[in-house]
Design a protein around this ligand. Structure first.
Ligand SMILES: Cc1ncc(COP(=O)(O)O)c(C=O)c1O
Length: 426
């Protein structure tokens, strides 16, 4: 019999046999983990979400789900390794048809053929598009609070961040359309994220049409990140920006990936549908290998994710996220402070944007909650304008973990009288 591998936290002494460890949990929990996940099993996961979170703390920060990737994806990767052809891949040709089919069947949008460009990830695509489609000093409209790498990309590339804010109203998070009208004349591009991270809002047709009108009037490039499009939880349709009209399609680059919907963040494969001719032409002048290539394993995983075989997994996943959002919604209502609720039940994604200003009055409540509740959330200030006092919660986990996590937050907030509130902007 072969020697046993050392279980976590047990030193392996060369030449010495180990005592029989307790059986380790298998790689995939029963029912794909949608109904129950063991905290010990999660803590042993190698990905960044859990491995870089202190022992005893629940990881609810980076946008990875706690559910293992779907079986058809895992099988396709095992088959690739078994068959042994790990040569170069023709990523664009392989991805275009399945992706286009998906856009038609799920969103009723028939994208123009021949315009798909693979990237390793959506942030890389955004940086390439800003590089090719705008110049240093140009104004970029960004929906804020914003997925942090977009705030840093705009700043690091010397563009001006024009903050188009979501504000909290009786209907939840509302996009400030007056601000959009005021910003558009000073802008060169709109970096749209729909469905939106971190508010979980799904933009309605009227909101998208207003942005499309502004884009046309002021000749703006629209980069539309629709990576969360499969994860709409409310009874609302996701509308691809490029599907609004021929004119909208001509000025839009649509970004999409299997990484959020199928939990494949580490695989590195995204696609950009390059509807905007001038940006396409500018990219064609750049050295062909400057932006790298997508690997065969990443393409294999994306193709398996976009096959019909994963539909049942995605349906169960969305059902779990919807139930979790409902659970979170009632917790939010019960956790109000002085008549102010912490946030709204998200319409999409598995992320919730929580306002801890009334409860804690701290600039970075995530740091405090990590220490006092032993729950790791994403730090609000990293999300740019409107982030101070907030934290983002990732609820893509099993109900037992969510219940434990919300219980810990409640207990810590109940004891928050010990905190000396500091003034918070906004
Ligand atoms: C709105 C949004 N865009 C882009 C990304 C990056 O995704 P990827 O690294 O899979 O391209 C994320 C990840 O959380 C996201 O939420």
């Amino acid at each position: 019999m072969g020697r046993l591998a050392a279980p976590p936290n047990m030193p392996c002494v060369p030449g010495q046999s180990l005592p029989n460890p307790a059986p380790l949990p298998g790689p995939v929990p029963p029912g794909d983990g949608f109904d129950h996940l063991d905290l010990g099993w999660l803590a042993g996961r190698p990905g960044v979400k859990w491995s870089s979170t202190p022992a005893g703390t629940i990881a609810a920060w980076v946008a990875d789900m706690d559910f293992p990737a779907p079986a058809p994806v895992r099988r396709s990767l095992a088959k690739l390794a078994d068959e042994g052809d790990l040569g170069y891949s023709a990523a664009a040709q392989l991805l275009e048809e399945p992706w286009a089919k998906r856009m038609v069947s799920r969103f009723g949008w028939e994208p123009k053929a021949g315009l798909l460009r693979p990237f390793s990830d959506v942030v890389q695509a955004v940086q390439v598009l800003l590089h090719a489609g705008t110049r240093p000093g140009d104004g970029i409209i960004v929906l804020t609070p914003s997925y942090p790498p977009f705030v840093s990309s705009v700043r690091e590339m010397g563009r001006r961040l024009l903050s188009l804010p979501f504000t909290f109203g009786p209907q939840g998070w509302e996009l400030d359309l007056e601000a959009a009208r005021a910003l558009a004349p000073a802008a060169r591009a709109i970096l749209l994220v729909n469905p939106h991270n971190p508010t979980g809002r799904v933009l309605r047709r009227a909101e998208l049409e207003l942005l499309a009108d502004l884009a046309e009037r002021y000749d703006l490039l629209v980069v539309s990140d629709e990576i969360h499009a499969d994860l709409v939880l409310a009874d609302i349709d996701h509308i691809p920006f490029a599907s609004l009209s021929e004119e909208a399609a001509r000025r839009t680059v649509t970004l999409y990936s299997a990484s959020k919907s199928f939990n494949l963040g580490g695989m590195r494969c995204a696609v950009a549908h390059m509807g905007h001719g001038a940006t396409r032409a500018q990219m064609a002048t750049l050295p062909s290998h400057l932006f790298g290539e997508v690997g065969l394993a990443a393409v294999t995983a994306a193709l398996a994710a976009w096959s019909d075989e994963t539909d049942p997994w995605l349906r169960r996943c969305v059902a779990r996220l919807r139930d979790n959002a409902t659970e979170l919604g009632s917790w939010l209502r019960s956790s109000e402070v002085g008549g102010r609720v912490l946030g709204a039940r998200p319409e999409a994604t598995y992320l919730a944007w929580l306002d801890f200003r009334p409860a804690l009055g701290l600039d970075d409540p995530a740091g405090w909650l990590s220490r006092h509740a032993h729950v790791r959330l994403s730090a609000g200030p990293e999300f740019g304008p409107g982030g101070a006092g907030f934290a983002r919660l990732n609820f893509a986990t099993a109900p037992n973990v969510l219940a434990e996590l919300l219980g810990r937050l409640s207990a810590a907030l109940a004891g928050a009288g010990a905190v000396q509130p500091a003034p918070v902007a906004g």
